[in-house]
Write a protein that binds this ligand. Structure first.
Ligand code: COA
Length: 324
């Protein structure tokens, strides 16, 4: 029998502090109307002083373990997607492993910026399929506010902080549940349209996000659509079978553009960008957990994930949620 990888639980955590568009407008030349109209964002959560990416990731992981009725001992692999690690090294995943006491697990970070969750999911799936463990904790966690130039209104209004997590479990009897297909892509030629102007080997500093927004927008719709078509074809399903599109939450116009391209009804899309803004690698698992918690996503539903970010790196995955 073929081995497959189920998605059996989710969790999330958001820092308490909320920054509304009106709050932003007190120190940047922007306004609530512009931000909402161009992006759909109304507010974002921001880490408190001393609150680290590992704190967000740990809380999301605890929430996911509770929701899946598991303990840290049950986890064999931890893959944490982040662009904002606590330290240059060790991996933030190792800090999370220690706080959880998940000493049966090996743990490492994956860096694919806003596509990080789709990358981490695929990496974790591959490890479970290669018998490197039975259960994986996949986390997307970001303190993206730490990378923002708060004087640059073209970027600082777009991002927020948070974490989401899922638990994967290898199964020999998945009955068409679990990760049905995934596809990853990178095109480093477009590095200069979305990057951070710092780093250990270049400047020795962390740096700030720099972006050519319109160029990113143009690539996003085209590349997300082609990656969705690739995973739909790979899984042998039709787009009309998708119960929920759970996209990376960067911009409402990109999300709605994808919904229309796929021909999905508007109420089959999970949208959290208005409350969370763009939380990079955390945005998909945060959105997923919201829809699981409020009862929209149920076991057996076909979920479509897609994301694009700096690199450019992008990808998509189709998952039938829960256990057969
Ligand atoms: N508040 C008010 N005005 C702003 C502003 C802000 N926060 N940011 C930019 N503007 C101004 C610009 O200066 C420009 O003014 P000008 O016409 O006088 O020069 C005007 O608004 C239009 O700017 P433009 O960049 O053309 O707007 P846009 O419609 O392309 O929207 C983005 C900008 C960033 C919202 C949009 O391009 C986008 O969402 N791109 C994708 C970005 C993304 O998703 N990145 C993350 C991928 S992981």
């Amino acid at each position: 029998m073929n081995k497959s990888v189920l998605m059996v639980g989710s969790g999330a955590y958001l820092p308490e502090k909320i920054l509304t568009n009106d709050d932003l407008a007190t120190f940047v030349d922007t306004d609530d109307g512009w931000i909402k109209q161009r992006t759909g964002i109304a507010q974002r959560h921001i880490v408190a002083d001393g609150e680290l990416t590992s704190d967000l990731a740990y809380n999301a992981a605890i929430n996911a373990l509770e929701n899946a009725n598991m303990t840290a001992d049950d986890i064999d692999v931890i893959v944490l997607a982040t662009t904002t690690p606590d330290d240059t090294f060790p991996a933030t995943a190792a800090q999370v492993q220690n706080r959880l006491g998940a000493y049966n697990a090996f743990a490492f970070d994956v860096q694919a910026v806003c596509a990080g969750f789709v990358y981490a999911l695929t990496v974790a799936e591959s490890l479970l399929l290669a018998n490197k463990g039975r259960r994986a904790l996949v986390i997307g966690a970001e303190s993206f506010s730490k990378l923002l130039d708060w004087e640059d209104r073209t970027t600082c209004v777009l991002f927020g902080d948070g974490a989401g997590a899922v638990i994967l479990e290898a199964s020999d009897d998945a009955q068409n549940y679990g990760i049905l297909s995934s596809a990853l892509y990178t095109d480093g030629r477009h590095r200069d349209i979305l990057y951070v102007d710092g780093g250990p080997s270049k400047t020795g500093s962390v740096g700030h996000v720099r972006m050519k927004g319109q160029d990113v927008f143009r690539h996003a719709v085209e590349k997300l659509a082609s990656s969705m078509y690739a995973v739909i074809e790979q899984a042998g399903v039709s787009e009309t079978e998708i119960d929920w599109l759970i996209p990376h939450q960067a911009n409402l116009r990109i999300i709605d553009g994808m919904q229309k391209k796929l021909g999905l009804p508007a109420d089959r899309v999970v949208r959290t960008v208005s409350e969370h803004a763009n939380t990079s690698a955390a945005s998909i698992p945060l959105a997923l957990n919201q829809a699981v918690s409020d009862g929209r996503v149920k076991s057996g539903h076909l979920l479509a994930f897609e994301a694009i970010g700096g690199g450019l790196s992008w990808g998509a995955a189709l998952v039938r949620y829960g256990r057969p």
